[in-house]
Design a binder for this molecule. Structure first.
Ligand SMILES: Cc1ncc(COP(=O)(O)O)c(C=O)c1O
Length: 380
């Protein structure tokens, strides 16, 4: 008698670097372009599945397939990260409560405040690192908004117990995964209902695109949010989706390099007398420092470098930094002298020489300039 055949092992799932490079590509048929073309179309020949440019676009779909594969869910792209935030907050019923980090991205906090001021929802802002307090706040929530690490305080939430507490209350649990990216944190695998991205940042990665995205494993939620995107028209630009997909192809390489640079800079910054505090969650490419000599020193620093660019936003290949409290909307609990640094993929020694030179100047020089303040509402 022939022995029974061993069961066929399940296929090994592709690793994230391979997914980033391969997901969302056209099939390997002769003469197919390797990359999904840029389909510029406001309308399609009638009688098919799409019909109109607000309902779908093959270039968006390719981006969504790739990011969805990395997050472990189905993805929808939007015109910006804040368009995603607005769409998701529409899930909350009239008068119901949202729990959110007091130090979440200030644009998200401003949207919550605006909805609360208009009587749409109530909001409880929490210290996201105080898990017990967050769990208590979740008990009557309709939606729990998490951002981890937070922008720019770099606080980290203990996601699993907070997600469980949100679900216990019957709430949606949403995680803004912009800082970690799906390569460092996969909230859907931890049970979150939705992941939100400002794809403007690390996903696109080159400071040339505004784009948002969400991902979910829940088909019903996907359909509801897709419908809302159709209704509001908060759709992505086609070229933006194409550029973001091109950026996504190298996310793992960029992040690896930027994170390595960040870790090395954290090590060196800790010893510099001009730096009072270094905040770094241990992963990722964003570092916040608090200048020992206060906010004027922080402002001076951002004007003294040649490689580091004084600019808001983050997650690009180039290193940028800014004093966050120059934005009126940044809460007073963020230190005045906090400089958020988005570490890029340049040579770390060049980055350090530029930064250390400026920091050395600060310690030898009294800070006399006035502080800068931006007139614009909130900085990304
Ligand atoms: C964590 C986080 N979420 C959301 C947003 C908003 O994204 P966008 O600028 O693409 O609208 C930002 C922007 O800085 C962010 O940092």
């Amino acid at each position: 008698m022939t022995p029974p055949m061993p069961p066929t092992p399940p296929p090994t799932p592709l690793r994230p670097a391979t997914v980033a490079v391969t997901a969302g590509r056209p099939p390997h048929d002769p003469d197919n372009a390797l990359n999904v073309p840029l389909t510029m179309a406001s309308t399609y020949v009638a009688g098919g599945d799409v019909e109109y440019g607000r309902y779908g676009n093959p270039t968006w779909t390719a981006f969504e397939d790739a990011l969805g594969a990395l997050e472990g869910g189905r993805c929808l792209a939007f015109s910006s990260g804040l368009a995603v935030v607005a769409t998701v907050l529409e899930l909350v019923g009239q008068g119901r409560k949202v729990v959110a980090p007091r130090h979440a991205y200030n644009g998200s906090v401003m949207q919550l405040a605006d909805l609360e001021a208009r009587g749409r929802i109530t909001v409880e802002l929490v210290d996201i690192e105080d898990t017990a307090a967050v769990v208590t706040a979740c008990s009557d929530a309709a939606l729990v908004w998490l951002e981890s690490p937070t922008n720019p305080a770099l606080e980290v939430a203990d996601l699993a117990p907070v997600i469980a507490a949100g679900h216990e209350a019957g709430a949606y649990v949403v995680v803004d995964n912009t800082f970690a990216t799906p390569l460092l944190q996969q909230p859907l695998a931890l049970g979150a209902d939705l992941v939100v991205h400002s794809a403007t940042k690390f996903i696109a990665g080159h400071s040339d695109v505004l784009l948002g995205a969400l991902a979910t494993k829940d088909d019903e939620l996907y359909d509801v949010l897709r419908k809302r995107r159709e209704l509001t028209g908060a759709v992505p630009g086609t070229f933006e989706a194409w550029l973001a997909l091109r950026g996504l192809r190298t996310l793992h390489v960029r992040l690896d390099r930027a994170q390595g640079n960040a870790q090395e800079l954290v090590r060196r910054l800790g010893d510099h007398p001009a730096v009072g505090e270094v905040r770094y969650p241990g992963f990722g490419a964003i570092v916040s420092i608090v200048l020992a000599q206060g906010e004027l020193a922080a402002d001076l620093l951002t004007r003294k470098t040649t490689l580091w660019v004084h600019a808001t936003s983050l997650g690009g290949v180039e290193s940028t930094f800014e004093r966050r409290r120059r934005w009126k909307s940044e809460p007073a609990t963020i230190p005045d002298a906090l400089v958020r640094m988005s570490v890029g993929i340049e040579d770390v020694d060049d980055l350090w020489d530029d930064l250390a030179g400026a920091l050395d100047d600060l310690t030898g020089e009294p800070s006399t300039t006035t502080t800068s303040e931006s007139g614009v509402l909130g900085g990304p």
